[in-house]
Design a protein around this ligand. Structure first.
Ligand code: PMP
Length: 439
């Protein structure tokens, strides 16, 4: 008998014998149709402006190899063992040094080490969100967080940004409307620095205002900050957590400032929240990798990690410049922001173009990007695309933009003849997970 429930039904195909058994939360687990395209996009002949992978060419691999060798030979018995669910104390102390660069004063007990900050997003969502609870997130927002929110059946309400990040007046208006509608808002999820995908940074002046509004409406701020130390010609901004200890859960990561392969990130949370995060983490992974934590710890102790971050900043700045130059030379009909750090440029296409519908044509012309629709939980983003400048060399970036300009000229010609380029198939709602290397 068909079920009469109005709850979201698990997605799948009739060929799957377990289709009737899945939990309702799997309704949010859909494979993206662009996943298949991206397996083509990762071929060497394609210039991928899609991936958010850090460029590890700038890392001294011989130094890292030596540290790893010493770690196994000298401390293998602890490094290869289970460890505390909260993470090893020495690394938690070193994490405090990293966060001090953004004005955060905390105690090692406040820190929970996680398997990348991605796991921390999952833990915070698990601890706070019931199905139907509202999470406010910037529009656009980080695709990996939207995937988590969808799996916990949260309702994501996007808040628009301008060049200075979230607009406080809009946030207040949205919270008031949701309150009037009787909808419980649990979290404000924000990437305040060099936003993924929008590239913008929340201004210093707005930071205390956002915190004050969130506090007034009883909303916990989830500050996700993997890019804060990767500014180009600006020093790190004070973190939201540096201005409010009780109202913020802060997430950090070594993925972009060292190497994502170790999968070491962390959360800093008020005491009671932190206890729940540790219990939730133990239930999932028992303990984060002792080996990875000790390797990162040894790197922080023995290598000049601040100089390394400076060399990453210089490299990414050069690539940002190459991308902006190429866009200005080849695609003046588009608009984009000029990010002052991080990995991403957010592009707006001329009226009538649809980035998702255009992607197969782009991949055929050997260039890839992520369509804007991936960064919204509603039907927005069709006229946007995220271009990453982190991974390809400046020469490849210029070539990628040249190819993209050919694709866009072709689309414009089509529009002139037939009208809008968007196809009905490209207008699907909801979060669809692209492949992890695009995050
Ligand atoms: N948050 C944001 C905004 C990101 O861009 C990423 C990675 N692209 C993550 C979290 C997850 O990073 P990790 O799990 O590697 O720490």
């Amino acid at each position: 008998m068909p079920q009469e429930s109005s709850a979201a039904q698990p997605s799948g195909t009739q060929l799957d014998s377990w289709l009737g058994s899945y939990a309702e939360r799997t309704a949010g687990m859909r494979t993206s149709e662009i996943r298949a395209l991206f397996s083509v996009a990762s071929r060497p002949e394609v210039v991928s402006l899609a991936g958010g992978m850090p460029n590890l060419d700038a890392l001294p691999l011989n130094v890292v190899a030596e540290l790893n060798r010493d770690l196994v030979l000298e401390s293998g018995d602890t490094a290869l063992q289970y460890c505390s669910g909260q993470g090893i104390v020495k690394l938690r102390e070193q994490i405090l040094d990293v966060m001090r660069l953004e004005g955060i004063e905390a105690h090692p007990d406040d820190v929970v080490v996680t398997t990348g900050s991605q796991q921390a997003i999952d833990l915070v969502t698990r601890v706070f969100i019931n199905p139907g609870d509202v999470i406010i997130a910037e529009g656009p927002s980080y695709v990996g967080a939207l995937g988590v929110f969808s799996q916990y059946q949260a309702e994501v309400v996007h808040i628009q940004m301008d060049a200075d990040g979230i607009v406080p007046e809009l946030l207040e208006e949205k919270l008031e409307n949701l309150k009037q509608a009787g909808k419980p808002v649990k979290l404000l999820y924000t990437v305040p620095n060099f936003h993924n995908p929008a590239g913008v940074t929340l201004s210093l002046e707005r930071r205390p205002r956002i915190l004050e509004i969130a506090k007034r409406y009883g909303v916990l701020v989830l500050e996700d900050n993997p890019y804060g130390l990767l500014g180009f010609d600006q020093e790190p901004m004070p973190a939201l957590r540096s201005m409010d200890e009780d109202g913020v859960v802060y997430l950090g990561s070594f993925s972009k400032t060292f190497a994502p392969g170790y999968r070491v990130g962390w959360a800093v949370a008020p005491h009671a929240v932190r206890e729940k995060l540790v219990i939730a983490s133990e239930a999932t992974i028992l303990s984060p990798s002792a080996y990875s934590q000790m390797a990162v710890s040894s790197y922080l102790e023995n290598a000049d990690w601040k100089a390394q971050i400076q060399s990453f900043r210089n490299m990414y700045q050069g690539r940002r410049d190459a991308m902006i130059q190429a866009l200005s030379d080849r695609l003046p009909q588009l608009s984009w922001n000029v990010p002052n750090g991080g990995f991403y440029v957010w592009v707006t296409l001329p009226e009538g173009l649809d980035s998702k519908a255009m992607l197969p044509r782009a991949v055929t012309q050997r260039v890839a990007y992520v369509p804007g629709t991936g960064f919204y939980s509603d039907d927005n983003g069709h006229r946007n695309m995220r271009l990453s400048f982190c991974y390809p060399t400046p020469e490849r970036i210029a070539e990628g933009i040249r190819r993209l300009s050919n694709v866009i000229s072709g689309e414009m010609d089509l529009i002139e003849i037939f009208g809008s380029s968007s196809s009905p198939a490209s207008r699907t709602r909801g979060v669809q997970s692209p492949t992890p290397d695009l995050f």
